[in-house]
Design a protein around this ligand. Structure first.
Ligand code: AMP
Length: 290
């Protein structure tokens, strides 16, 4: 497994791959790898000839005062996991290589980035400009045939799909299901921050989403959202948002019906901000009338 730190070296590897006509899969990560990342690596390994994993804690997607400085990092462990997963090349640049002096470009996807995590009382749209810019740079540097993202960050995946289509990237964006701990908590590098008590309470997030799904099936959207919010309240969690949106457009859902809906939540538990969501398929979302 090669570890490259310079975009210039990466372009040599990319051109080599192109010359021999093999397929390249990219898995972008901020490291501190867990089973969620592993599922993306595994899919890439199965579907592509060459697997590239990027390892970069992207400063521009953190707000001032967020956890950039304390974001968990363990490069040696990450490299061992990547090697085990069959990664061919890890791209782990220093921030100065990505954002050299004079860097002044930002990729902004409008609309989709102004709701949920992008609303002004959440992380704000700038977070997604940071994400879209780094992913655009990675797509240019690696030129992958496929790039793998997790449904856990549903809004991020939607924004990246939009960006890739709008900017004519040839890369196909693949979104894979959320990997969960035994009690349902979505795996996240930030789970490492949780104290034992906070970790136990955090399981209420997935319980709340399941509760919404089941009540939605029988009593409709309003009741479903209320049941989910109540579940969180019982665990002493006040969500930053707990909302139903259409997955492709992120437009708000008024009542639900024949289309899939995304119920997304963000909540801070003892200072750790967690996000999760559930995609409710149409056949499950039908309100029973008998
Ligand atoms: P991160 O390192 O947190 O930026 O995540 C890198 C990629 O892994 C993103 O596409 C995430 O959506 C994905 N990911 C993170 N957690 C999970 C999870 N629990 N299940 C599936 N994918 C995940």
């Amino acid at each position: 497994m090669k570890v490259l730190r310079d975009p210039a070296d990466l372009s040599i590897a990319r051109d080599d791959a192109r010359r021999v006509g093999i397929t390249v899969g990219l898995v972008p990560t901020m490291g501190y790898l867990h089973e969620g990342h592993n599922s993306l690596l595994k899919a890439a390994r199965e579907q592509c000839d060459r697997v590239v994993m990027s390892l970069f804690v992207n400063p521009t997607q953190f707000r001032p005062g967020e956890d950039l400085g304390s974001y968990p990092r363990d490069e040696q462990r990450d490299l061992a996991i990547a090697r085990e997963a069959g990664v061919d090349l890890v791209y782990a640049p220093e921030p100065e290589k990505i954002y050299p002096a004079g860097f002044a470009t930002e990729v902004t996807v409008t609309g989709l980035t102004e709701v949920l995590c992008g609303s002004s009382d959440s992380r704000g749209p700038e977070h997604f400009s940071g994400v879209a810019t780094i992913v655009a740079k990675l797509f240019n540097a690696v030129d992958p045939d496929f790039a793998y993202f997790g449904q856990k960050d549903a809004q991020q995946a939607t924004v990246i799909k939009r960006m890739a289509e709008d900017l004519d990237f040839r890369t196909r964006v693949v979104v894979l299901p959320t990997v969960r701990d035994r009690d349902g908590l979505a795996m996240s590098s930030r789970n490492a921050y949780l104290s034992e008590g906070a970790r136990e309470r955090a399981a209420a997030i997935w319980k709340a989403l399941l509760e919404t799904e089941s009540v939605y099936e029988t009593a409709g959207l309003e009741a479903g959202l209320e049941a989910g919010r109540n579940e969180l309240e019982r665990a002493g969690i006040t969500p930053e948002y707990f909302e139903a949106r259409f997955p492709g457009t992120l437009d708000p859902v008024e009542a639900g019906g024949d289309e899939a809906i995304l119920v997304a939540v963000a909540a801070e538990i003892d200072g750790t901000r967690l996000i999760d969501n559930i995609l409710i398929e149409p056949e499950k979302g039908k309100v029973q009338t008998t």
